[in-house]
Design a protein around this ligand. Structure first.
Ligand SMILES: [Zn+2]
Length: 362
C-alpha cells in the first residue's frame, strides 16, 4: 500500500459509535465488526475516507495522528471489508444504471478496479444451462438480471400448459420451443444478451461433436432420463475440460434438493458425491424394501423450485466473478425440508481416493 492510495467507506457499511467503540455493520453480508479506537472524533476521521483524500492528505487534514498508525488502521479496515481502495472511478454510465450490482460486488473485493473487472467478467462469461424447466429457466433469468450476457441453452422441449405454474413461460408461448421463448424473454431484460440454442436432449454422445468454445460454467437442470444420468455426462466433460459445474437441484420427493457446486480438482466432484451417497444410502436403506411405482407424477411448487434456483444462481454468480472460495454449495449435499423449514446439510469432502479427482491430465 502507498500513502498516495485513496480509500472510501463501502456503500453497504453502517456505523454506530459509542464512547471509545465503533461498530461497523455490513448490510449485505450481515457481518459486524467492533473496534475500540484510540482516536478522538473517529467519525470525523472516517468521513475523510471519501475516495478523494490520500492517506497523506488525511494525516494533514485530521492532524495529531502518526502516519504509521493510520496506515495500520486502513489496512485493517480494508481487510475487513469496511474501506474499499478507490484505484479507479467507475464509468458514469455503468454506475447510473448498475449501482445496485456494483455496490453488491464491492462486498467481494478490496478495490474498485477488481469490482469493475468482475462486472466485465460477468458480461463476458458464457453459461451453459442444460434443461430449461422450473430450475433452469429461473436460473437463466437471475443470471441475466445479474449481468450475464452469453448463454448456451440445451433443451428440445416445447412449452406446455402444465409448465406455467413454476417455469418462466407464458400462455402465448404454449406449443413453442422453450429455448427460443426464454431467449426472447431474456432479451427483454437485456437486449445485449446472446444465446446459442442447441435443440437436443442431452444424450451420452452429446459432447462428442460439441464445439462451443469458452464455456465459463455449466449448470445441469435436466432430469431426462434422470438427473443422475445427465449430471454424470456433464460432469465427465466438465472435469476433462476444467469447467466449473453446478447440479441445479430440484425435487427429491417431498424435499427440495439444492444442487452441489463443483470446481474441478478443487472441491468434491460428482464421483466423490456418488461414492459418498451410495455408502450413506447403503446404511440408511438397509432392510428397506421399496415398492417400485412407474410413471409417478409428483406435484411441484414454484416457491420450492425457486429455492433451488436462487441458491444455484448465487453460487453461479460467485464462480463467474472468481470468488469460488465462497461457495455455499461446494462439498455439501443440501436439502430443504418444507415440513420443518430446515436445510439438512451433509458435508461431503473431496475423496483422496477418487478416480475422477486423480485423473487431471494437465
Ligand atoms: Zn472426485
Amino acid at each position: 500500500m502507498y500513502v498516495t492510495d485513496k480509500f472510501r467507506l463501502r456503500q453497504s457499511v453502517g456505523i454506530v459509535h459509542h464512547d471509545d467503540t465503533v461498530e461497523f455493520f455490513c448490510a449485505n453480508t450481515r457481518e459486524i465488526l467492533k473496534i475500540r479506537t484510540p482516536f478522538p472524533n473517529i467519525i470525523g476521521l472516517l468521513n475523510l475516507f471519501n475516495g478523494q483524500n490520500t492517506i497523506d492528505d488525511i494525516v494533514d487534514l485530521y492532524g495529531n495522528i502518526e502516519k504509521s498508525q493510520l496506515v495500520k488502521l486502513v489496512i485493517f479496515l480494508n481487510q475487513n471489508n469496511i474501506l474499499i481502495q478507490q484505484n479507479i472511478l467507475y464509468p458514469k454510465d455503468i454506475l447510473d444504471k448498475e449501482y445496485r450490482l456494483i455496490n453488491l460486488l464491492e462486498d467481494y473485493f478490496s478495490n474498485t478496479q477488481s469490482v469493475m473487472n468482475a462486472f466485465y467478467q460477468l458480461q463476458q462469461s458464457k453459461v451453459m444451462i442444460v434443461g430449461l424447466g422450473a430450475v433452469g429457466s429461473m436460473i437463466a433469468v437471475y443470471l441475466a438480471k445479474n449481468g450475464v450476457c452469453n448463454f448456451v441453452f440445451v433443451d428440445n422441449d416445447i412449452v406446455d400448459s402444465s409448465n406455467l405454474h413454476r417455469q418462466y413461460y407464458f400462455e402465448h408461448q404454449i406449443g413453442l420451443s422453450k429455448s427460443q421463448s426464454l431467449y426472447n424473454e431474456l432479451k427483454n431484460i437485456n437486449s445485449n444478451i446472446q444465446v446459442n440454442i442447441i435443440n437436443r436432449l442431452l444424450s451420452e454422445d452429446f459432447f462428442d461433436d460439441f464445439n462451443v468454445e469458452e464455456i465459463s460454467l455449466i449448470i445441469n437442470c435436466a432430469d431426462e432420463p434422470s438427473v443422475d444420468v445427465t449430471s454424470r455426462i456433464i460432469a465427465q466433460y466438465a472435469m476433462k475440460n476444467h469447467i466449473p459445474h453446478i447440479v441445479g437441484g430440484g425435487y427429491n420427493l417431498h424435499l427440495t434438493l439444492i444442487g452441489q457446486s463443483i470446481i474441478p480438482f478443487k472441491t468434491a466432484c460428482f464421483e466423490c458425491f456418488n461414492v459418498a451417497l451410495k455408502n450413506l444410502n447403503q446404511i440408511e436403506l438397509k432392510n428397506v424394501k421399496k415398492l417400485h411405482r412407474e410413471n409417478r407424477k409428483l406435484g411441484s411448487f414454484s416457491p420450492l423450485s425457486g429455492i433451488a434456483s436462487t441458491l444455484a444462481s448465487l453460487d453461479a454468480f460467485k464462480i463467474l466473478i472468481g470468488r469460488d472460495d465462497l461457495l455455499q454449495q461446494a462439498n455439501k449435499r443440501i436439502e430443504f425440508n418444507l415440513k420443518d423449514h430446515r436445510f439438512n446439510v451433509i458435508d461431503i469432502e473431496k475423496n483422496p481416493d477418487c478416480k475422477w479427482c486423480q485423473s487431471d491430465e494437465r
